[in-house]
Write a protein that binds this ligand. Structure first.
Ligand SMILES: Cc1cc2nc3c(=O)[nH]c(=O)nc-3n(C[C@H](O)[C@H](O)[C@H](O)COP(=O)(O)O)c2cc1C
Length: 321
């Protein structure tokens, strides 16, 4: 099936394995791409969580597959050190042949300016019209429409409403959120999306290196077990309601809420949260004993009933086309 996404990304199946901190390891990215969809590298997961030097990690993927894979750039402008590091990673990715980039948060203009001259394409994650306006003005070539059922930072809209809101821009729109089965994949394409970005479905795979406890928690969870918590990053993130999540509560404390009210304070708090969550999410998802039950997942858990090779999932979805 050909769609603007398959053409832009150079793939066969209009399916993206979205970037996931900390779950995107190179073996998972490679398996998805090799099967005909596209895996997206999450640079901090690749380096800090899975321990690869950035270029070596990309080359590991290339040793498994000659097919295209992409890279995620979280571009929220929190510090100039981070921005410089992201620029270096993008430059290396371009040298290694990556041409498909997914940006999230912030203004993707500088990423577009870096990648377009060498034929790179940027799709920008959006949750509502105001972010799409920014992304389109900055030169994004497509949107990834993150709906209210998504894992990670879910948006406020359902899939149909979000597509209606984004269609007037005339750019390709990929659905993200709530797709765990081949039928749900097909339904998004029937709605008018040009493809689907899945996250949670690809955590429950044999290639994903998170703990078995995390994967089994996804299989066991139902839609109502997914709650939004502000406790880890300061903004709502979809997590499985485990005893630990219940104990911690879902809302940021009064101090954090006060900090978020001032512009300067907000910047510092964001940075503090980011550093803290980078460490704690890594520990929680890899811990082989599964003791630290802080696991991100979206409402697509409802349809996910088995741990499978990532390539099998891509093939099963492709059969639904
Ligand atoms: C554990 C987890 C981590 C994520 N981390 C990122 C990230 O680092 N960058 C990003 O752009 N999106 C991130 N996402 C969002 C996914 O790329 C994707 O859009 C989302 O998972 C789609 O919803 P689904 O989980 O219902 O399939 C994450 C999602 C999950 C579940």
């Amino acid at each position: 099936m050909e769609t603007p996404l398959t053409r832009d990304a150079g793939i066969r199946v209009p399916l993206i394995c979205g970037a996931m901190y900390p779950c995107s390891n190179p073996e998972l990215v490679a398996a998805v791409s090799e099967a005909g969809a596209i895996g997206i590298v999450q640079p901090i997961a690749l380096t800090y969580v899975h321990g690869h030097e950035f270029r070596a990690g990309l080359r590991l993927i290339k040793s498994v597959t000659a097919k295209p894979f992409g890279m995620n750039a979280l571009i929220e402008d929190s510090s100039s050190i981070y921005r410089r590091r992201m620029e270096q990673w993008i430059a290396v990715a371009l040298e290694e042949g990556v041409r498909f980039f997914v940006t999230s948060l912030g203004n993707p203009g500088w990423v577009v300016r870096m990648v377009e001259p060498v034929g790179g394409i940027v799709y920008h994650d959006v949750t509502e019209r105001k972010w799409a306006e920014k992304g389109a003005a900055a030169g994004a070539k497509g949107f990834i429409a993150v709906n209210r059922r998504a894992g990670g930072h879910a948006g406020p809209r359902d899939a149909a409403a979000l597509l209606a809101e984004l269609s007037p821009f005339g750019l390709p729109v990929v659905a993200a959120g709530g797709v765990g089965t081949a039928e749900e994949f097909r339904a998004m394409l029937d709605l008018g999306y040009v493809g689907v970005q899945c996250g949670t479905r690809f955590i429950a795979t044999s290639e994903c290196l998170v703990s078995e406890h995390y994967k089994r928690a996804i299989l066991a969870a139902d839609e109502e077990d997914i709650v939004l918590s502000e406790r880890i990053t300061g903004v709502p993130v979809a997590v499985i309601r485990t005893p630990k999540v219940v104990r911690m509560g879902l809302h940021a404390g009064p101090f954090a809420r006060w900090m978020f009210r001032g512009r300067r304070r907000k910047r510092w708090l964001r940075m503090w949260y980011a550093l803290r969550s980078i460490r704690s999410l890594k520990l929680a998802s890899l811990d082989p004993k599964g003791g630290d039950e802080y696991w991100q997942a979206g409402k697509s858990v409802a349809g996910i009933t088995s741990i499978e090779p990532a390539g099998e999932i891509v093939r099963a979805f492709a059969r639904a086309l």
